[in-house]
Design a protein around this ligand. Structure first.
Ligand SMILES: [Zn+2]
Length: 137
């Protein structure tokens, strides 16, 4: 991975400010992260959700919660799982999306997307229209 120490910031500088201290779990699979990478607390287990290259993942290795950036649900409505979207979903359970575009019909629309989690801790998404109307496609 090139120069290992390049850009590395030791978490000890701000560890006291963090509600969780699980920078490593002994298994070698948990990566250290910076405060800027923390999206919020996992809706399933309360551990930090951390931005990674491919998505936003719960830092608890026993937890399945993940919001993938390469997300078919959002792609199908012409949106991406950005940091802003992940932030709203993790911290508020819902995100408001305007100018969505159906990849199937080309129609544009606005909606809310609600985040739910199943018993395995996996994320699910559901489109909601605030006025209760259902849009046929
Ligand atoms: Zn979790």
């Amino acid at each position: 991975m090139g120069t290992v120490d390049e850009g590395w910031k030791d978490a000890s500088d701000f560890a006291d400010e963090l509600p969780f201290g699980n920078f490593e779990d002994g298994s070698g699979t948990t990566q250290a992260y910076e405060a800027d990478d923390i999206v919020g607390n996992c809706p399933v287990c309360g551990t930090h959700v951390v931005e990674r290259e491919k998505g936003f993942f719960c830092n608890n290795m026993d937890c399945n919660f993940a919001l993938w950036k390469n997300n078919r649900f959002f792609q199908a409505i012409g949106k991406e799982m950005t940091r802003e979207v992940a932030d709203d979903l993790v911290n508020g359970g819902t995100v408001k999306l305007i100018d969505c575009k159906s990849q199937r019909t080309g129609n544009t629309f606005s909606c809310y997307v609600d985040l739910t989690t199943d018993e395995e801790g996996k994320a699910h998404f559901e489109i909601r229209f605030p006025k209760g109307g259902r849009r046929r496609e």
